[in-house]
Design a protein around this ligand. Structure first.
Ligand SMILES: Cc1cc2nc3c(=O)[nH]c(=O)nc-3n(C[C@H](O)[C@H](O)[C@H](O)COP(=O)(O)OP(=O)(O)OC[C@H]3O[C@@H](n4cnc5c(N)ncnc54)[C@H](O)[C@@H]3O)c2cc1C
Length: 400
């Protein structure tokens, strides 16, 4: 019987694992291993864009691409991993429970927002973590137009001033005015624990964040946090209330819960510690990639973040290395020393940085053009052409 590599998840990590593995098998003329991707949808959901309007269009089909590289797609959601029996229990497209055997498993189920238990957050707050939530927010914003004019209707509170919070908030004036009218008296407020605007992002980039916030009319409530949410707004730590019919939660992302079913060390975000080949430490046949992997990017102590930039590269390496293990050839140690950020700042533009200390290299229109290129071209899956897809899946392909 053919060996079976089972990849759980069709996000950036899972897709690029599939391409990386089949690329190496093809190079070795190896046809004896079945590679499958198991996920709820045969599409790559473009999570980095979920702060934008029209989130329903932010998914790219990958069925033809997987077929072009001879990867089976299994539609379903994994429920349990039996490490000893080497099988995964999953719910199939019809809701029935099924079992899938594997020889090698690659866990690539990503991450999700873990909402805090604070009163009213689960019931009243919106988020942009998954496509369904981003669409729900979009529908809510459109429905504001049917509400009578009030301070609460015109106010958006964004809880958390990190990457997602800033991108979401700086889009909001434009999104709200498109719905409520150009003359609408909009209030967008970021509530953040930091002492300065953009403090969690680093001093240099924070200057651009502050300028953009001023220009767009986005205000910051610093050294503060939201402790309760209801239909009328939020209560802050100091007891102050802000009337807001739209509250968007952006903090508290954690690795997918299936990580807990793989014996091994986990970091504070629930990510599994992996070795240089992206194999879960202590496991012989299980790899972790993308947002579920705690992986060193260099020898200087830096680690992959929960970013698409890392998930794509981790996927290329995990695919290569799981196939290398099957073939009995040398794996390629995962290395990704270059780290960049490109932060969208709405109508003001964007800011692009290089290095772990986030040195600003481009701002405003130039950075925005780069952000548009990243978000509309670079992170999308390659065409359903096996040679082009395999060329792009080379772990050592130079990064632009
Ligand atoms: C609003 C927002 C903005 C962002 N901005 C940026 C940015 O500017 N730059 C950047 O680099 N990163 C950004 N990110 C982070 C980036 O989107 C993630 O790091 C990336 O998506 C991680 O890829 P992944 O493959 O690990 O997980 P995901 O992309 O989340 O994919 C997980 C996959 O697993 C599947 N899955 C889930 N549960 C199961 C199950 N039980 N069984 C089988 N399959 C399952 C899902 O359907 C999906 O196919 C942003 C994220 C958000 C939410």
């Amino acid at each position: 019987m053919k060996q079976h590599i089972l990849i759980l998840g069709a996000g950036f990590g899972g897709l690029w694992t599939a391409l990386g593995a089949t690329r190496l098998f093809n190079q070795h003329g190896h046809r004896d291993t079945r590679v499958s991707v198991l996920a709820p949808q045969a599409e790559l959901r473009i999570r980095p864009r979920f702060y934008e309007p029209d989130a329903h269009r932010l998914a790219a089909p990958i069925g033809d691409l997987l077929a072009a590289v001879d990867v089976d797609f299994i539609k379903g959601a994994a429920q349990a991993i039996d490490v000893a029996a080497k099988c995964v229990r999953y719910t199939d497209a019809f809701g029935a429970s099924q079992v899938c055997r594997y020889d090698k498993l690659v866990l690539a189920t990503g991450s999700g927002l873990a909402l805090p238990g604070a009163p009213g957050v689960a019931e009243h707050a919106f988020d942009v973590d998954q496509i369904e939530q981003a669409v729900r927010l979009e529908n809510h914003l459109k429905a504001l137009a049917r509400q009578p004019e009030s301070r609460g209707r015109n106010t958006v509170v964004v809880a958390g001033g990190g990457f997602t919070g800033i991108e979401t908030a700086t889009q909001m004036p434009g999104r709200l005015r498109a719905i409520l009218g150009e003359q609408a008296n909009i209030d967008v407020i970021i509530v953040d624990r930091g002492a300065q605007v953009g403090a969690s992002m680093g001093a240099e980039i924070a200057e651009s964040i502050a300028q953009a916030s001023d220009a767009l009319g986005v205000s910051w409530r610093l050294q503060s946090s939201v402790v309760a949410v209801d239909a009328q707004g939020v209560t802050l730590e100091d007891g102050q209330c802000i009337e807001a019919h739209t509250v968007i939660w952006t903090t508290g992302v954690r690795a997918h819960g299936l990580t807990a079913q793989v014996p091994g060390e986990r970091d504070g975000l629930g990510r599994l510690h992996v070795d240089v080949n992206l194999k879960v430490i202590g496991q012989h046949d299980i790899y972790a990639t993308g947002d579920v992997a705690h992986a060193a990017t260099d020898e200087l102590g830096n680690h992959a973040l929960m970013t698409c930039q890392h998930a794509i590269m981790l996927g290329r390496f995990s695919g290569h290395n799981v196939a290398a293990q099957v073939l009995g050839v040398e794996p390629l140690p995962y290395r990704q020393p270059k780290y960049v950020t490109c932060l969208d700042l709405g109508a003001w533009g964007a800011v692009y940085t290089e290095g772990w200390d986030r040195q600003v290299k481009l701002v405003r229109e130039e950075a925005k053009a780069l952000k548009t290129q990243i978000n509309t071209v670079w992170i999308y899956p390659p065409a359903a052409d096996r040679d082009a897809a395999w060329a792009a899946a080379d772990p050592l392909v130079p990064i632009a």
